[in-house]
Design a binder for this molecule. Structure first.
Ligand code: PLP
Length: 381
């Protein structure tokens, strides 16, 4: 079999060699517990603090606003449960196409879903209608993991500012926080927190050429949240447990690299090359989601009449890896809630595949994948 073609970068990315190098000492000489009192351990604590500082600089935040977590699932849970436990009689609004790690914790509180249009986009006016005096938290993913839809966070943040100042006059005791899950945005979009206008933001290392189970939650100063994990009081009392220093250091490296060297245009060209080649060969192939407000790495394709699971397996047998919906919902047989929300029928959902590109892919791979998909789709009609 010729070289494998990996087109599932939205699920996981390979680790960058420089990131790995930065992590290695913490698996050998620098194994000490960062909270220990001796000098050798202080070095490890210093490395942890530097990693936090690097992340803060990258986001335009303060180090005290960065809470290390084991990935975006944990960050999303800490954001939603952490805030809502402080305001148990308040309400949380979540976008209908969020990742399960947002939807599931939100469903344990009083919550409502913000609808999206047939391109996966939120309309500010629809959101406005759902906000009431008890709305405490609004959680909207920056980039959707199945469609690549980029939500208008800046516009939403401006709208919330106006509502907050009206609330102040009414003596309303509830805050109105904006949380975003930026796991799919970090490689390609600006995630500077004040430019975005968010109060909380979830990040993930495993999708930005860093280690899996690494990430962070940004919590703006003044936002009050409750910890989910109690114990030794690490991470400003918000996430107890001995820090995974190697993962924190690797995540900081990967995040800085992702934001300084954004490869948006390169990746977009590859994705577009794949789609153009495919549509020439398979005119019935439909690209889902917004063409205008779409992150550069994701291509969601529906080809009427195909069985997506079967094609995915045949592609795999031929060396091309892609996904059926999201790989992050480990065992779900249910049709994708994201594709349902944009109005696709069950039949269309079961004929949909997700291809996601990364900076390590090349044009030849994009063309080979399109040609193979075209061939298999013709065989599978
Ligand atoms: N949020 C989004 C948008 C994702 O795409 C994913 C995983 O694909 C997650 C959260 C969960 O990340 P993790 O499984 O690394 O915790």
């Amino acid at each position: 079999m010729s070289k494998l073609i990996y087109l599932d970068n939205a699920a996981a990315t390979p680790i960058d060699p420089e990131v790995l190098q930065a992590m290695l000492p913490f698996f050998s000489d620098k194994f000490y517990n960062p909270s220990a009192a001796y000098l050798a351990a202080k070095d490890v604590k210093t490395a942890l603090n530097k990693a936090r500082q690097k992340i803060a600089n990258t986001l335009g935040a303060r180090p005290s606003e960065i809470i290390f977590t084991a990935g975006a699932t944990e960050a999303n849970n800490l954001a939603i449960q952490g805030v809502m436990r402080k305001f148990p009689d308040g309400e949380v609004l979540v976008c209908a196409i969020e990742h399960e790690s947002v939807l599931a914790p939100a469903s344990t509180f009083k919550s409502k879903k913000i609808p999206v249009d047939d391109k996966g986009m939120i309309k500010s006016s629809n959101l406005l209608e759902l906000i009431n005096d008890k709305t405490v938290l609004i959680s909207i993913g920056y980039v959707n993991n199945e469609l690549g839809a980029i939500q208008p966070l800046g516009e939403i943040a401006d709208m919330l500012k106006k509502i907050r100042s009206k609330r102040l006059k009414k003596d309303n005791k509830y805050p109105l926080y904006l949380h975003t899950d930026a796991a799919q945005a970090t490689n390609y979009l600006d995630i500077h927190v004040s430019r975005l206008g968010v109060n909380l933001m979830s990040l993930n290392g495993g999708k930005i050429f860093g280690p899996k189970q690494s990430g962070a939650l940004y919590v703006q100063s003044g936002v009050t949240i409750e910890p989910l994990i109690l114990g030794g009081g690490q991470e400003f009392n918000l996430r107890s447990g001995t820090e995974n220093v190697a993962a924190c250091v690797g995540f900081a490296e990967a995040l800085e690299m992702a934001q300084t060297e954004r490869h948006s245009q390169t990746v977009e060209k590859l994705r577009d090359c794949f789609e153009e080649n495919l549509q020439k060969l398979v005119p019935r192939a439909v690209i889902n989601g917004s063409r205008k407000n779409r992150a550069p790495h994701i291509s969601s394709i529906t080809i009427a009449g195909i069985d997506n699971e079967r094609i995915m397996m045949e592609l795999d047998e031929n060396g091309v890896m892609c996904a059926v919906g999201s790989a992050c919902s480990a065992s779900s047989q249910e049709p994708s809630h994201v594709l349902s929300a944009i109005g696709l029928s069950k039949q269309q959902i079961y004929s949909t595949l997700r291809f996601s590109f990364g900076r390590q892919n090349d044009q030849k791979e994009a063309i080979t994948a399109a040609q193979l998909l075209a061939k298999l789709s013709a065989d599978n009609r």
